[in-house]
Ligand binder design. Structure first.
Ligand code: FES
Ligand code: FES
Length: 156
């Protein structure tokens, strides 16, 4: 089947999509957007999180056909050209990235949190990121990055 949708602000069209393909597969393998990661492919780890019509979803659980006519934003789409989004910048500065597998999903989830809450409390941050698993960092640096991004967004 042919899939048409908007990805990171651009109209995209992909042919020969098999109905069983996930949105994650199409983004990574057919659209050349490898930012979203495939770690569990079971909806457990959050590394594949993207926005679908502004709502964060695990793209490994979304059939590609469900994106037909809809808007997708991946971690690549949060930056403006060479300018990183404040959340991306904060993850870099705080060293919240080790192997990086969890990072794209955490960044999208954090971006969503900060769209909804200007200054989230630590429990609110933990709850918002509960679906995003990291095996490397111990989470402290991730929390530092979220706090830094929140501080910067609040004063900008
Ligand atoms: S790869 Fe989608 S939730 Fe883990
Ligand atoms: S940095 Fe490796 S899983 Fe999070």
């Amino acid at each position: 089947m042919r899939l048409r949708c908007e990805v990171n602000g651009e109209s995209r069209e992909v042919d020969d999509v098999w109905p069983g393909e996930s949105l994650l597969y199409v983004l990574r393998e057919r659209m050349g957007l490898p930012g979203s990661k495939n770690a569990c492919e079971q909806g457990e780890c959050g590394s594949c999180t993207v926005y679908l019509d502004g709502v964060p979803v695990c793209s490994c659980l979304v059939a590609a056909g469900q994106a037909e006519g809809h808007e997708v934003t991946t971690v690549e789409g949060l930056a403006e050209g060479e300018q990183l989004d404040p959340v991306q910048q904060a993850f870099v500065e705080k060293g919240a990235v080790q192997c990086g597998f969890c990072t794209p999903g955490l960044i999208v989830a954090t971006h969503d949190l900060l769209e909804r809450r200007e200054r989230p409390s630590d429990p609110e941050i933990r709850e918002a990121l509960a679906g995003n698993l990291c095996r490397c960092t111990g989470y402290e640096k991730i929390l530092d990055a979220v706090r830094l991004a929140a501080d910067r967004k609040a004063v900008s």
